[in-house]
Design a protein around this ligand. Sequence first.
Ligand code: FAD
Length: 417
Amino acid sequence: MRIGIIGGGLAGLSAADVLCKDHDITIFERADHLGGLAASFDFNGVSVPRYYHHVFDHDFITQKFLERFDCPVKDFKRITMSMLANNKEYAFTKPTGLLTFDYLSLYERFRYGLFGAYVFSLMNPGKISESLNARTWLNKVAGKGVTNKVFYELYARNKFGIPLEQISAKQFAHRLKAKEFLGTFGFPENGLDKFINNFSQSLLERGVTIHKNSSIISLRDKTIQTDKESYDFDIVINTAPVPAFLQFSRDIPDSYRAQLAKVKYCPVVSVIIKTKEFISDFYWHNVLREDAQMIVQHSWLHDKYPDKVTWVSRYGGAGDDFKLTDDEIKEKYIETLKKYYPNVEVLDSVVYRQPFASPIYDVNYPNVMPKEESPLPWLFNAGIATTYPKIRNMNTALESGIKTAKIIRSKIEKGSV
Ligand SMILES: Cc1cc2nc3c(=O)[nH]c(=O)nc-3n(C[C@H](O)[C@H](O)[C@H](O)COP(=O)(O)OP(=O)(O)OC[C@H]3O[C@@H](n4cnc5c(N)ncnc54)[C@H](O)[C@@H]3O)c2cc1C
C-alpha cells in the first residue's frame, strides 16, 4: 500500500516505523527539520530543545525508542520544585514547604495540606462524575481560597488559559493522582536532536521517503498536494494539529469538520536563556500571577553544555504575545525572571513560539477529539490530539503513531481498507 503521513513529529515517525516493513511510506513535513514540538535548535553551536523536555521514569515507550536509537537516559533524578509568588521563592519539593507558604493564609495552608493528604490517600478519580467541573469540585474539597489562589492560577490561567469551570474535575483529579512531580526525571545523554536524526536515518535506510520543507496545501480524496507537487496514496495518516488539518483537507464530511472545529489548542511562547551560573536551586518554578509562568532549568537535569540553559515560558494567554517582537518578548519574560532572581546575567537568549502546543482538554474534549479512524475509510489520525485522556508528551505521541499503524495493519490484513 502507498501510505502518506502528514507531519514528521514523533507520531509520524513512529507510525512510519511500524508500517515501513510492508508498505511504501512517504512522510511530509512542513518544516526544514523533523521532530515537531520535540525538535531542537542550534544555540551557538550547541543543540538544545526548542521547548523544555524531560523524560519521566515511567515513560517506557520514549525510553525504548531512545535506547534503540543510541540516546538512552542514563540518570533519573528527583526534581526540585518551587512556587514564585508575591516576589518570594517558596521551596515546594517536600510537603513541609507548605508550612512557610505565606502566599496562602494559615487556614488556606491547612486546607491545602488536608487536600494533599486526601489526594494521596482516599481520592478515587474514577468515582468523580463526568459532568462535574474542576471549580465546583475544588471549591468543595480544597476550599475557595486555595482554589482561586493556587489551582486557578496553575491549571486554568497558566496551563490552558481557560476558566476552571471548563476543565473536567475527573481529568483534573486523574492528573493529581498521577503524582508525576514525585517521580524521577531524566534527559537523553546524547540529546533529543541526535535521537530524531538517528530515528529518521533508520527510516530512510528502510526505504521511507521523507519530504521536508513540504507543506500540505490540500488533501482531497487520497491525493496530497504540497507546495511543490501532488502525490496519490491508498491511505493517509494525519498527525498535523487539527486546525492545520482543517485548513488543507478539502472533502471531509461537514459533520466531521464541524466536530473537529471545536478542538482548541493552547499556544506556547518560550525564551531560552543562557547563563554562566544556575539561577536557583530548583529545576521547576511555577510563577503565579505573571505572564511568564514557568521557569525550567534544563541544565539542572542535563548539565552538558558550556553554559547553563533555562526556559522561561508561557502557555495560557501566550497568544497575546504573538503580536510582540522577539526582543519585546525577551524583555518582558526576562523582567519577570529578574524580579525573582535580580542577579541573573543573561548571556544570550532565543525566542520560540508555537500556536499548537497542546490540545485544550476542556470538559467537551472527549466529544470532539479526533479518533484514530475517521469517517473516511482511507484517512486515519495519530498524534497528540488523539491521546486523551493520556496527557500529551513524547511517550503518548510515539504510542499513538504505533497504535494507529497497528489499526491500519490489521485493516489491511482483513482487506477492509
Ligand atoms: C512547551 C512544551 C513542552 C513539552 N515538554 C515535554 C516534556 O517535558 N516531556 C515530553 O515527553 N513531552 C513534552 N512535550 C510534548 C511533546 O513534544 C509532544 O507531545 C510530541 O512531540 C508531539 O508529537 P506529535 O507528532 O504528536 O505532534 P507534533 O510534534 O506537533 O508534529 C506534527 C508535525 O506536523 C507538521 N505539520 C503541521 N502542519 C503541516 C502541514 N500543513 N504540512 C506538513 N506538515 C505539517 C508540524 O510541523 C509538526 O512537525 C512538550 C511540548 C511542548 C510544546
